[in-house]
Write a protein that binds this ligand. Sequence first.
Ligand SMILES: NC(=O)c1ccc[n+]([C@@H]2O[C@H](COP(=O)([O-])OP(=O)(O)OC[C@H]3O[C@@H](n4cnc5c(N)ncnc54)[C@H](O)[C@@H]3O)[C@@H](O)[C@H]2O)c1
Length: 299
Amino acid sequence: VQELFTTELADSIEIRPLKLGIIGTGVVGRAAAVAFAKPNNILSLYDISLEQEQNAAMVLKLALREDYFRNIRFCPDIEEACRDADYLMICVPTPMSLKKEPYDYSIIDQVMDRLSDKVAKNNTTIVVRSTVDPFWLTKKSQEFRQKLWFVPEFLREQTYLTDAINPPHIIIGLPNFQPETIKNAEQLFSQFKCPKYATTLETAALVKLFRNAFLATKISLFNEIGRAASQCGEDAQEVAKLVALDGRIGDYGSKVGKPYGGKCLPKDVDALNKLYDCAITRASQSVNDKLLEVTNHAE
Ligand SMILES: NC(=O)c1ccc[n+]([C@@H]2O[C@H](COP(=O)([O-])OP(=O)(O)OC[C@H]3O[C@@H](n4cnc5c(N)ncnc54)[C@H](O)[C@@H]3O)[C@@H](O)[C@H]2O)c1
């Protein structure tokens, strides 16, 4: 396992108070705030939209105990949020790109540019939670002199707060495996009792991309049952239900006729196609696009 640069982190490390900045208070930023809110942790949140900050404050007040919520503050600017922070979590959008690049990096690049000299001065570690690709991480890691981590989020939007508090495991992309870096990673995630895996930045990014590629492809393949079943006059849902009974397959995405959507799957499939011209995700995208055409037409 070690040869793959994957390290299972220890559980027995001492929990120490943290100063944490969170940039972007949407779904992922709120999830990070709920997960790291503790009576001893100071959390400084910033969002470019005041309305989003107000919504986040409402959600967090309802979700958290009073002594946890008390240590959360909303900052008037990004500089304030990163002042004295040990870690700065970047949770801003990286939308699907209409150009050749895998994602539209304009927002996150702008945020990172504003941070570069400040974090160098304070010795802050940047923890990217937004979805990004492996090559972007290699480049930014050099710019940030190895003070950049990537910890991908695997939230489901309907249950994002509980998912953030109780993740089944955590994948932590690190720029190096020096003892100090590993110790810091163990400390930052010490409150989570699930398995934690430290790996390279690029591996963490590939895991994120390929998980969503698997899910999207699975949905598209289940949708292909619709076409196959109609050619022989059979009930597609029944075929899908019986296929999904195989424990190795499972019923996620097995509702025939429902294209994949949401914020993550379409854009991650698109990114993978641009990065590696993956034949399988190209096919699943094409099945999905055709189905979207049919469903949009029917509406
Ligand atoms: N939503 C999910 O389930 C999920 C899961 C995994 C990964 N992600 C990734 O995480 C990232 C964020 O996703 P999200 O769902 O939280 O998006 P979101 O739209 O819910 O939240 C993003 C927030 O960033 C704010 N923002 C935009 N520009 C900013 C700036 N310059 N400075 C500060 N704040 C700024 C927005 O106002 C918004 O509140 C994306 O890269 C997304 O792909 C999302």
